[in-house]
Design a protein around this ligand. Structure first.
Ligand SMILES: *[C@@H]1O[C@H](CO)[C@@H](O)[C@H](O)[C@H]1NC(C)=O
Ligand SMILES: *[C@@H]1O[C@H](CO)[C@@H](O)[C@H](O)[C@H]1NC(C)=O
Ligand SMILES: *[C@@H]1O[C@H](CO)[C@@H](O)[C@H](O)[C@H]1NC(C)=O
Ligand SMILES: *[C@@H]1O[C@H](CO)[C@@H](O)[C@H](O)[C@H]1NC(C)=O
Length: 343
């Protein structure tokens, strides 16, 4: 009986020893893998610091801060935003502005102030391309202007930030939106006519929402002083990009660096594209998605617009004209919009 109990005692001791041994092995393994992780991370840091820009900075003696601070310093939060309007040539505007040597801009719409605000400023900064001291970081998200809350957040972010807004003939914008919504639908599917889509008549919530620039622009002016806001028109940008670029350069306090030879008029498309032989072209290719052969923006631009019958057009003009007038008196300039000139 006694002997039997001793055997059981030994068994328990054996098991305990085994458990101890395994814990030690597991501990060593975990420590080692952590160590491996740290090494991995520092490798990443080293790789990041080896970009050409860093080498250039190192040569010029800028590299005097810690490694972590250096990575952050490379991109800056925006000091200019294109906040609206969708379907009004914001992409072309950002593309043409990116020709300027003192402007950098991320390729995507970041949607920080209206969609990804919870991700925080550090995340927002990380979306920005690297820039050097005097350069302006420009971000474009055309939906900012439609959110009063986003505008307030922008004001809290930096009340002296500069804002650019681009508008176009509101009836053309309606047509462009219709073309955008039903692009690439198979012939068999039922695409509503422009009239049906508008709601059968001119004064519908959809028409007013798309055509009334004055209301959202008014929200901007409630917060920001006029001299911080530049309002441009898609029509001028299309007809004379250089003149619009001069206006934007003055607004941003930049010396002019965009020139006539940076654009080429593309006859078949009927609008200006980037000059693929310009020495600024490599910078543009990094900043905007375009057809690298022609230097023109993607197939989305210049889509065929739906026809509008004359009676609907006349109704739309009558309803929308007062909104236009409100906008013009608010911004202190007028735009020539062909749908409103004829009648
Ligand atoms: C290593 O990097 C990963 C992701 O990049 C991060 O989640 C982790 O916390 C880092 N580990 C250390 C020890 O810094
Ligand atoms: C930075 O420059 C110093 C000499 O000024 C050099 O020793 C060092 O290797 C350089 N670092 C990098 C990352 O190029
Ligand atoms: C706010 O924007 C202005 C104009 O771009 C800039 O001069 C200023 O440094 C910015 N302020 C902050 C806190 O980023
Ligand atoms: C395009 O750029 C090249 C190189 O700068 C220039 O020689 C040419 O005249 C430009 N084309 C146009 C149409 O401006």
């Amino acid at each position: 009986m006694v002997r039997y109990e001793v055997t059981i005692f030994h068994r328990i001791l054996d098991i305990l020893l085994l458990v101890c041994a395994w814990s030690i092995v597991l501990g060593i393994f975990l420590t080692a893998s952590q160590h491996f992780n740290i090494q991995n991370n520092s490798t990443q840091v080293r790789v990041l610091l080896r970009s050409p820009q860093d080498k250039a900075d190192n040569r010029s003696g800028v590299n005097k801060v810690s490694q972590d601070a250096r990575i952050v310093r490379n991109s800056k939060l925006p000091n200019c935003l294109i906040i609206g309007f969708s379907k009004c040539g914001t992409l072309a505007l950002r593309g043409f502005l990116s020709l300027h040597t003192d402007i950098v801009s991320p390729q995507r719409e970041i949607r920080y102030f209206n969609v990804f605000y919870k991700r925080g400023l550090q995340w927002y900064r990380n979306q920005m391309p690297p820039s050097s001291e005097g350069q302006i970081t420009l971000e474009k998200t055309p939906s900012y202007i439609m959110s009063a809350e986003a505008l307030k957040r922008i004001y809290q972010f930096n009340s002296s930030i500069r804002l650019i807004i681009i508008v176009r003939d509101p009836i053309t914008r309606l047509q462009s939106l219709h073309a955008h919504m039903f692009q690439g639908m198979p012939k068999s599917s039922k695409v509503p006519s422009f009239r049906e889509w508008c709601g059968g008549r001119a004064r519908t919530a959809r028409v007013v929402r798309v055509a009334d620039y004055a209301h959202p622009v008014g929200n901007v002016f409630k917060l920001f002083p006029r001299h911080q806001v530049l309002v441009l028109s898609e029509e001028s940008l299309e007809q004379n990009p250089l003149r619009v670029m001069r206006e934007a350069e003055r607004f941003l306090g930049l010396k002019s660096s965009i020139s006539k030879t940076d654009f080429v008029y593309n006859e078949p498309k009927g609008f200006y594209c980037f000059n693929t032989s310009s020495r600024k072209y490599p910078k543009i290719v990094k900043s905007v998605v375009l057809n690298e052969k022609t230097g023109c923006l993607g197939s989305g631009k210049g889509r065929k617009h739906p026809d509008i019958d004359n009676s609907l057009l006349k109704e739309l003009v009558d309803i929308i004209r007062p909104y236009n007038e409100r906008l013009f008196s608010m911004i202190g300039k007028r735009f020539k919009w062909k749908n409103f000139e004829a009648m």
